[in-house]
Design a binder for this molecule. Structure first.
Ligand code: MG
Length: 303
């Protein structure tokens, strides 16, 4: 049976990248194994960014060759140097990162949007030459609103998405980086996006900062989008609102989809336990709603 909706788990990369407490490689590998055992197959596991900038993911080259078999793994690639390091360990699925906001791109990756797209062109060409069957995703961050510039028009987001498609990415992941969008905005943007790219190549990366992520997923599903990013346990928080919720939790997404009658593989019981060791290392309690509920139910109703 094929899953009716694709879930791309970004916890090991997006969820951990801003955490200061170092997570040992073995704990990361156990995390990935537990995700696989819970029925999650597509996982963005790390980034080949300079260890100087993101120390938490500085172990990418050590981690990658030890990943358990059975997953479709991808890694974030910031530049040619990162690509070279990734190719050395056999990475076949890469993700590139830009944004719809000029100020965000400048502050986040120290490039203009145009410069980031130029770099992507070089990275994609070199990657395709090395891995003709490889897969490329392009992130468009701050697709609805930017923490520095405020609202971003759908035209601007569509323009960056279109340019990524022209550069040859296989899919575009549209990110509500600060988690402020509501369903009406998702509808307006999606209608424009599906004019510039096939809906099969569109993924949404919602954040739950203001609690609208699941409503946004529901809206996008109605318009034919069938691919969503999420982070187990909602790992990742919101770097622009410390203490607030960030990434949509995979548990919340899985619960919502299954309860809505969508055929998907992940097992909520196993999934809810996948982040417990990571949370323990970080000194945190679970906060994702469906995870908390499932853990509590498992305790009171042992199976
Ligand atoms: Mg995120």
């Amino acid at each position: 049976m094929t899953d009716q909706v694709r879930i791309i788990e970004v916890g090991p990369r997006d969820g951990l990248q801003n955490e200061r407490i170092p997570i040992p490689v073995d704990a990361k590998l156990r995390f990935v194994s537990k995700l696989l055992n819970a029925g999650i197959h597509e996982i963005e596991v790390t980034s080949f960014v300079s260890p100087k900038w993101v120390p938490q993911l500085g172990d990418a080259q050590i981690l990658w060759p030890q990943l358990p078999p059975g997953g479709l793994y991808s890694a974030l690639i910031p530049n040619i140097k990162g690509l070279e390091r990734a190719l050395e360990v056999g990475v076949e699925r890469i993700a590139l990162f830009t944004a719809a906001s000029e100020s965000f791109t400048q502050k986040n990756i120290n490039m203009s949007i145009a410069q980031s797209l130029e770099t992507f062109g070089e990275v994609i060409a070199q990657f395709r030459a090395a891995k003709p069957q490889g897969w490329v995703r392009g992130y468009v961050s701050t697709a609805f609103e930017c923490p520095y510039e405020g609202r971003i028009s759908p035209e601007r987001t569509c323009d960056v998405a279109r340019r990524l498609i022209e550069l040859g990415v296989d899919e575009v992941s549209i990110g509500d980086t600060i988690g402020v969008a509501a369903p009406d905005e998702v509808r307006a943007l999606t209608k424009r996006l599906i004019d510039v790219l096939p809906v099969e190549r569109l993924t949404y990366h919602f954040h739950d900062t203001y609690g609208c992520a699941i409503a946004n997923v529901a809206e996008a599903l109605e318009l034919g989008v069938a691919s969503f990013d999420s982070s187990a346990g909602g790992l990742g928080g919101c770097p622009y609102a410390p203490g607030a919720t960030g990434n949509l939790a995979t548990e919340d997404l899985v619960y919502f989809l299954r309860r809505s009658g969508v055929a998907i593989s992940p097992d909520l019981v196993r999934l809810s336990q996948a982040t417990l060791e990571i949370l323990q290392i970080l000194g945190r309690q679970p906060t994702a709603k469906a995870q908390v509920a499932q853990l509590a139910a498992s305790e009171t109703c042992p199976t």
